[in-house]
Design a protein around this ligand. Structure first.
Ligand SMILES: Cc1cc2nc3c(=O)[nH]c(=O)nc-3n(C[C@H](O)[C@H](O)[C@H](O)COP(=O)(O)OP(=O)(O)OC[C@H]3O[C@@H](n4cnc5c(N)ncnc54)[C@H](O)[C@@H]3O)c2cc1C
Length: 364
């Protein structure tokens, strides 16, 4: 066994969790995290991260103490303000003498060249989010495979500037029907009940709503997919919010929605995209490059459960690093890369087969 130096691009949830995991690996000699934003900007991020029961179990085994993170629990799922979670993980990382975190530092080609000229084997873990350009900057293309998930969806965000960022438990409702007759669409459901699912989530200041339905030829679905009538869609979200909001929340009026609500104007097809190249090896400088998090895999549908597939991918990170530190031949290098690529393929297949079904349509 030899050692490896780790460089992580991005201090989002996946970047910092990757850092915490790699520090538990005895083969890791040094860890450097690059984050282009300021430290305060990261801690002030107001949206949520949610971890399902499986992810909670994995992270607990990796010594994440959820009892020490401010957030809320519902049906085994833990939800926290992303800044609060990141602050907790960063504190843990900073207790290690191997770790250096460089805020306000963008990782670019120049940084890569500096790293490549330093001694030893390196693993660059790119967690720069869905719009990250690190792979492209290293000469890779940004092609993605897209998998249809057999469902349509729409999302809305309500910003309530007068409220504070307090996490709120998710609310789910299943088998909703929409009455569109006020817009002149008299739809008799001859070909099946569409059964929409609704989720209300976020925090008191940023409220998010998502509706999803499995693909169908229902007239309501056809109308919501093809008719671009903003007032109709706004009304769908407004009514949903007012009927199903938490009892402690205030209803919103038409004029409030007009000024404070953004939403998809019609149903779109929910797709999962997976970066085509996620693992690479630079022979000349003995450096591996790996994409994790939204840089590797993302939905075009922010249901708030996006984080879980990324945690599933991180479950194989420890074994991958073990393989890299031990790899001493062309064959074993290739084998370790194939191991990680296959793992991502498996996570994708699982997600396409049942991920969205479990996340959006389960009646838990
Ligand atoms: C509005 C909104 C609401 C959401 N709500 C929820 C929710 O309720 N529940 C939930 O679980 N998930 C939610 N999500 C999804 C969740 O936030 C993402 O799944 C998660 O942030 C992805 O983590 P990541 O670490 O892969 O990427 P990111 O969080 O995007 O982190 C990438 C980081 O990389 C940095 N970076 C990029 N390029 C460079 C570079 N060259 N050098 C250095 N740093 C770089 C960026 O500054 C950024 O900090 C929401 C997302 C959004 C946008």
């Amino acid at each position: 066994m030899s050692s490896i130096n780790i460089i992580i691009v991005g201090a989002g949830p996946v970047g910092l969790m990757s850092a915490l995991l790699t520090l538990q690996n005895r083969g890791v000699a040094e860890l450097v995290i690059f984050e282009e934003r300021k430290r305060t900007d990261i801690f002030n991020l107001s949206y949520q991260v949610s971890f399902d029961a499986k992810s909670v179990q994995f992270l607990t085994e990796c010594t994440v103490d959820f009892d020490n993170i401010e957030g809320c629990w519902m049906d085994g799922t833990f939800t926290a303000k992303v800044g609060v979670f990141l602050e907790y993980v960063l504190d843990r990382i900073m207790t290690s003498s191997k770790a250096t975190v460089l805020f306000s530092n963008k990782f670019d080609r120049q940084e890569f060249d500096n790293m490549a000229t330093s001694e030893g084997r390196h693993l660059l873990i790119v967690c720069d989010g869905r719009n990250g350009q690190t792979f492209r900057g290293l000469g890779f293309h940004n092609f993605c495979k897209e998998y249809p998930c057999g469902a349509y969806g729409a999302i809305a965000a309500i910003k309530r500037p007068e409220q504070r960022d307090i996490p709120t438990p998710e609310k789910r409702v299943h088998n909703l029907t929409f009455d569109l007759s006020a817009y002149g669409y008299h739809l008799s459901e001859t070909n099946g009940f569409p059964g929409f699912s609704l989720k209300i989530f976020g925090n008191s200041k940023h409220r998010f709503l998502s509706i999803a339905v499995t693909k169908s030829d229902s007239n309501v679905v056809k109308t919501l997919r093809s008719v671009l009538d903003r007032s109709m869609m706004r009304n769908v979200f407004l009514k949903c919010f007012n009927v199903f909001k938490a009892v402690t929340e205030q209803s919103i009026s038409d004029s409030y929605a007009l000024h404070h609500m953004e939403f998809s104007p019609r149903l779109f097809e929910i797709k999962l995209s997976q970066r085509c190249e996620t693992v690479a090896y630079f022979d000349d400088c003995d450096t591996f490059v790996l994409a994790e998090g939204e840089a590797a895999l993302s939905f075009n549908f922010h249901t708030g459960l996006d984080i879980n597939p990324h945690i599933r991918c991180l479950m194989s990170l420890g074994a991958f690093i073990d393989k890299l530190t031990a790899a001493d031949s062309e064959n074993s290098i290739l084998e370790s890369m194939v191991f990680k690529i296959k793992d991502l393929e498996m996570v994708c297949k699982e997600l396409v087969k049942k991920g969205l079904k479990e996340a959006m349509f389960s009646t838990r």
